[in-house]
Design a protein around this ligand. Structure first.
Ligand code: GTR
Length: 325
């Protein structure tokens, strides 16, 4: 039933795309795992407003927030196959599909958020965008997601030793699985929507994410020890199905690309505000934030690099990232 619905919906959109005339209006569907009001949801909505205005109403975006269209692994399949036109997801679930997406997911590679911005806004970011095209996707924007850190229901983490034996949910990427193993803990990749109940029931001890996710998914209610180890500064990616993008006129393609760029500034501004707001919310609700000895975490990452950065293309990218000042 659900499947039939999706196919029917895809057909309608495809038909509208093919038939698009100056007057036709095409509604593009976009998925996001986060609730309404979250900076990524608002960034895509802003993109939608821009393209609506700049195409004089010929294109519109409807954002299906709160994982209404499914968890990220599923919506990635949908946007690659064209069932869905747009999708805002993390970079990490692409690690197995788009080799170059591994680079921004590597632990402690970016020195700061400013460093990440410089890299993603420059030629390395362009190289990653080109690589996504090979997976049938056009990258319209890289958005901010701050840094990810571990949190758990058991105890404060002050050093790598405290990680021993704990079980963490990680985002669905082998890099994250291996990172947790390198820290002496156990990783279980699972969909975002299952994390709360898995911590609550003790299936896992904790997870890893940024303050806005920890806050809005209410993970602080079940895992109050937040350890600011900041293992990754992992950007989000806002993608469009390439076949749908290729259907656009060159002028409209330019409008979409520019709107994507313009939405980045907006999302970054909303992001910065949300991080402080979420940190305050979780602290007031009783979350215990500690800053562990980060060097121990950094030193433990060698096997992750040894395993995942073997390809010369990736090795060069890592060197290039490090060289960006
Ligand atoms: C968030 C990210 C989501 C999702 C989630 C997760 O930080 O914004 O897109 O990937 O993490 O851990 O699954």
């Amino acid at each position: 039933m659900l499947h039939f619905g999706k196919v029917a919906a895809a057909f309608t959109v495809a038909a509208t795309l093919f038939a698009s005339t100056a007057l036709a209006q095409t509604v593009l569907k976009s998925s996001d795992t986060h609730p309404d009001g979250y900076p990524t949801v608002e960034g895509v909505k802003y993109f939608g407003e821009l393209i609506k205005e700049r195409t004089e109403g010929r294109y519109e975006v409807e954002v299906y927030h709160s994982a209404q269209l499914g968890e990220e692994k599923d919506t990635i399949e949908q946007v690659r196959s064209g069932v869905l036109e747009l999708n805002r997801v993390s970079m990490a679930p692409f690690n197995g599909t788009v080799k170059e997406s591994i680079v921004p997911a590597l632990p402690y590679l970016f020195r700061s958020e400013e460093h990440m911005h410089k890299v993603m806004d420059g030629p390395i970011g362009d190289q990653i965008k080109t690589a996504f095209e090979g997976a049938g996707l056009v990258v319209l924007a890289f958005y901010d997601a701050g840094s990810r850190s571990f949190y758990n229901r058991t105890k404060p983490i002050n050093s790598v030793e405290d990680m021993k034996g704990l079980k963490f949910r990680v985002i669905q990427s082998d890099i994250f699985v291996d990172m947790v193993a390198a820290l002496g803990a156990n990783a279980t990749p699972m969909p975002y929507g299952e994390v709360y109940s898995s911590i609550e029931t003790g299936v896992i001890d904790g997870a890893e994410n940024n303050f806005p996710s920890y806050d809005t998914a209410k993970h602080y209610e079940v895992a109050k020890h937040f350890s600011l180890d900041e293992h990754t500064i992992l950007p989000e990616v806002f993608v469009m199905n390439k076949a749908a993008f290729d259907q656009l006129t060159p002028e409209d393609q330019e409008i979409f690309r520019q709107a994507g760029k313009d939405s980045v500034a907006k999302q970054r501004e909303l992001w910065a505000a949300k991080v402080s707001e979420s940190r305050k919310i979780v602290e007031e609700a009783g979350a215990q934030i500690t800053t562990p000895d980060k060097q121990g975490f950094i030193d433990a990452m060698e096997p992750v690099y040894a395993k995942h950065v073997t390809d010369p293309v990736l090795q060069k990218m890592v060197d290039d990232v490090k060289a960006v000042q």
